[in-house]
Design a protein around this ligand. Structure first.
Ligand SMILES: [Zn+2]
Length: 232
């Protein structure tokens, strides 16, 4: 009895030594450790027959097939698929953990850069412009702005020291660089009209150019006078 048990343990040790947990991939033929194969219950060994690298490659090729793409497109377009996705998103995307993950992801420099590039594309800009010009979009915007919660949020946001500081810095930037919006603002004051009205003036770009030159000349004269006063 004891003898049997001892033999079994010996066999086990031997098996462990001679069979380090490895497996040969049926695709690339390389012997790899078991954790380089994904688990698969249906398989007798409990592991995939392809190693992870080969499996990925196989999947990539399969996904790139036109027939696969078309089938996936059709599947995504099914009302049942859309509904399931909607339910799933509603259930999970509002979870604090999901939000935190999303926040971290969107804070990544790579994500920001990709987003910036995407937004700068002419096609993206054009799509955005068209979407914003839709009557339905405008109406939704108007309703949203009129909500008490939105007004309250805006009021609080405007009162933040950081917002005030940003506005101050932006104003300095506008004045120093004579941005179009700054010049339109000056034009509207001179012509006693609202900014919105001034923006719709005929030949606005020429007016802006003229005004810009006038402001630059005035600034130049002012600087000269200051220098004169300093030297005299
Ligand atoms: Zn392989």
């Amino acid at each position: 009895m004891m003898q049997d048990k001892a033999i079994n343990i010996d066999e086990l040790v031997l098996a462990l030594i001679s069979n380090p947990r490895k497996k040969t991939c049926t695709k690339c033929g390389i012997e790899k450790s078991l954790d380089e194969f994904r688990n698969r219950k249906e398989q007798k060994s409990g592991k995939h027959s392809y190693c992870k690298i080969c499996e990925k490659e196989y999947q990539r090729k399969y996904d790139a097939l036109p027939t696969t793409k078309e089938r996936q497109r059709k599947y995504r377009a099914l009302p049942t698929t859309k509904e399931r996705k909607r339910k799933y998103n509603r259930k999970y995307s509002d979870l604090p953990a999901s939000k935190e993950r999303q926040r971290k992801y969107s804070d990544l420099p790579t994500t920001k850069e990709r987003k910036r590039k995407y937004n700068a594309l002419p096609t993206t800009k054009e799509r955005k412009r068209k979407y914003e010009a839709l009557p339905a979009t405008k109406e939704r915007e108007r309703k949203y702005r009129a909500l008490p919660a939105t007004k309250e949020y805006r009021r609080k946001y405007q009162a933040l020291p950081a917002t005030k500081e940003y506005r101050r810095k932006y104003k300095v930037f506008q004045v120093n660089n004579l941005t179009d919006s700054y010049i339109i603002d000056r034009l509207s004051l001179a012509m006693k009209m609202s900014y919105k009205e001034a923006k719709q003036l005929p030949e606005l770009s020429e007016l802006i150019e003229q005004k810009r030159v006038i402001i630059q000349l005035k600034r130049g004269i002012k600087q000269l006078k200051q220098k004169e006063n300093e030297t005299s």
